[in-house]
Design a protein around this ligand. Sequence first.
Ligand code: GAR
Length: 418
Amino acid sequence: MLRISVLVSGGGTNLQALLDAQNNGILQSGRISQVISSNKAAYAIERAKRANIPVEVVEKDSDFEANILAALGKVKPEIIILAGFMYILSKDFIERCGAKIVNIHPSLIPSFCGLGFYGLRVHEAVLKSGVKVTGATVHLVNEIPDGGEILAQKSIAIHDSDTPEKLQRRVMEECEWQILPRAVENLCREIAPKIFSQKYPGRGIIIGKSPSGKIALAYFIMGRSASSRARIFEKSGDEVIIKLTGAKDIDSSLILYAPLRVFGGKIIVTNGDQTDTICEFLNNGSSFEEALRTREYEPDAPHYTPRISGIIESGNFFKLNILKRENAKCVRNFYEYEFDSGFGRFIHTYDHDVNSWEKLPSFDGEPRLVRIPDNIDEFANLLWNEALDRDNKVSLYVRYYDDARNYHDRIFNNYGGE
Ligand code: GAR
């Protein structure tokens, strides 16, 4: 369950819509854990108290954003909702808060939005312009006022009898209170790790940053055959290797490899011997991309398991890749992400569960957005004990960096004589 902090300045009807949605089950993947009001007289505070939600009042002064961050620190929310919050937050705040910020705006963005457009002013401008429809927009907050990615919109027709006040009320009732809770529920579902629901995602790589900015990575292997399950992860210096437990007479080329190597300060994580290809290419002054252009998916017909790879080349961004078979050709998808504190990207080999005799479908679409907590044990336990299927999981490795050199790590092995 994700934690949600709601920032308010006034009446709090949008907060009420969220509280109601929590009671009637529309909002179920997140919990409102805190309300922060910029105004000690806001009626929103009464609404929060009635619902037994802790309230913080942070009034506008010179340390406004620092004080909001301190209040948020008590809850460490994954999502912050601006529900009638009448201030614009700085880029610095957005980067440091470690959460996704959602805003509700009472117009159809990109019309009637940005600096100066708030509250009743929006509806006055709408009526003055003569447009025939208006509505509301739920969007993610970035450094541009009302400029982030749109999550949901709803429109209504403008009536001849509308005044700014009447229009404000109708936009709230018919648009804002309808779309805000649903958009928040969708966002909660999107950022909660999706592996929970899949019994056999295969092998998976997660790279990201914790809310406090620690680089985090995880790699897991799952397996269904006896040989696949006879494996353990082992540390070898700063690297991770896979070993077989017991003498097993098997073709080991696809199941024994180094999942994690460190080369020239770069961290490489993969599900096969392409780890070594990447290191060789880096050693020759070539790139991650050039290395993977020489490789393709695994030859294990009929599945043709994708090869997945990741590299952390600096503290600012990371790359992921998948080599997969489509129409008997190799598709090479490369992804590059700026680190986003509190979040990571998750790529795995098999897209969804199928019956045991069917071909396993290759991972499809963009690496999924997942939440990365601050505590390595919280993350490792979430993956090992909750997300990964008890029988299919084989090994998990998790590493959190304190700085460029120092890290903590955790290894879990399911089989293999422990
Ligand atoms: C709502 O109409 C909201 O969309 C708007 O203020 C009102 C707050 O009402 N927000 C903005 O204009 C932000 N730019 P509430 O306090 O009853 O939720």
